[in-house]
Design a protein. Sequence first.
Length: 121
Amino acid sequence: MTDRELESLIGTILRTGVLTAALIVAASGVLFLAHHHADPPRYATFETESASLRTIPGIIRSAMNLRTEALIQLGLLLLIATPIARVALAAAGFYLEGDRLYLAVSTIVLAILIFSLTRST
């Protein structure tokens, strides 16, 4: 794989990931508003998302049940995962080129991104 082909693949993945995430969030937002447009606002109390929407497996399980809140969260997760996939592809490209320094840097960045996404608070 040449550098140009890798750059083209990375660009395609970035465009596809962002567009897919935007479509999921927009469609889910419209459905959410369609279902909850008549709910009165409650400004006196702050309500967080349910416990099932605080973890990646919980978001995926809830999205499989077509809960609009979970679908919005899934779209946002996809948006976050898109640059992570870009770093992973760059690391793979550096590996194929035999560039050990950039492979090491990319691997460290990828590990930090994955750790920060998956650690629970």
